[in-house]
Ligand binder design. Structure first.
Ligand code: MF3
Ligand code: CO
Ligand code: CO
Length: 256
């Protein structure tokens, strides 16, 4: 989502019952991504991926959160190559060497599960493959330190440090977000930052970590459709996302 300020008083704390519901929704979102893999290949239209995702969610008593969200016209986001996020599925055809992020948010029994992966289509360049791997790893750097008492700055630092050490940049204009019984809740989760800065995280908080990492500069712009965010320098961009809950002494990834 778009980066803005955090409002501390509005961060929700979820209980054990909520965690069960969030795990069901998260796991369905993850299974939807897995199911879609067969359609993510050379020659496929991105709106086929969208249609299959919507059908799969509906067959599992769930629905897509993005569909009609603030006017978004489709059920998933498909972001190809220099598209950073919020790409709109359409008649665009995947070609050999593309990288494409598919982002799913499932709503099941009132709970939201938000996850995305970047896929390599056919044979991609060495650089694209490295970007995809480093992006996945940078997300995991941010996740593996999670426990009550660390700060949002610690998360951002871990991700940024890893991405930049590998020669890539971290997008500033979009961030992770609280999530649970609605799509975008407090707090915003920046994917860059300084150790020790920002609020401390607590047991029962639920949020996404979804770094967008660029092979060039981090600047982005949104195209005339009002949604598609691209890198200004046309460099490649990759993203991975999980929805995570904070536990007594660590975390639980709901979107596995
Ligand atoms: N799933 C995206 C996220 O991770 C949000 C998509 S909103 C949409 O926050 F409207 F673009 F679909
Ligand atoms: Co998200
Ligand atoms: Co998402």
């Amino acid at each position: 989502m778009k980066s803005t300020e955090n409002n501390l008083s509005e961060i929700k704390i979820y209980n054990e019952t909520d965690f069960k519901g969030l795990k069901k929704a998260g796991s369905l979102a993850a299974r939807t991504l897995e199911y879609l893999e067969q359609f993510i290949k050379v020659g496929a239209r991105t709106d086929l991926i969208d249609q299959k995702a919507n059908e799969y969610l509906n067959e599992h008593k769930a629905y897509s959160a993005p569909l009609y969200y603030r006017g978004f016209p489709k059920s998933v986001c498909t972001s190809i190559n220099h598209v950073v996020c919020h790409g709109i599925p359409g008649d665009k055809i995947l070609k050999d060497g593309d990288i494409v992020n598919v982002d799913i948010t499932a709503v099941l029994e009132g709970y939201y599960g938000d996850t995305s992966k970047t896929y390599c289509v056919g044979k991609v360049s060495v650089k694209a493959e490295k970007l995809v791997n480093v992006t996945r790893e940078s997300m995991m750097e941010g996740i593996k330190i999670l426990k009550p008492g660390i700060t949002l700055g610690d998360i951002g630092y871990a991700i940024q440090n890893y991405a930049e050490a590998n020669g890539f940049s971290v997008v500033r204009d979009f961030c992770g977000h609280g999530i649970g019984t609605s799509f975008h809740e407090e707090p915003n989760i920046m994917h860059y930052g300084k150790k020790g800065e920002g609020i401390k995280i607590k047991k029962g908080m639920v949020f996404t970590i979804e770094p967008m990492i660029n092979s060039g500069d981090f600047d982005t712009k949104v195209l005339a459709d009002g949604w598609t965010a691209v890198t200004r320098d046309k460099s490649l961009s990759a993203q991975f996302e999980h929805t995570i809950g904070i536990t007594d002494n660590g975390y639980e990834i709901f979107t596995l």
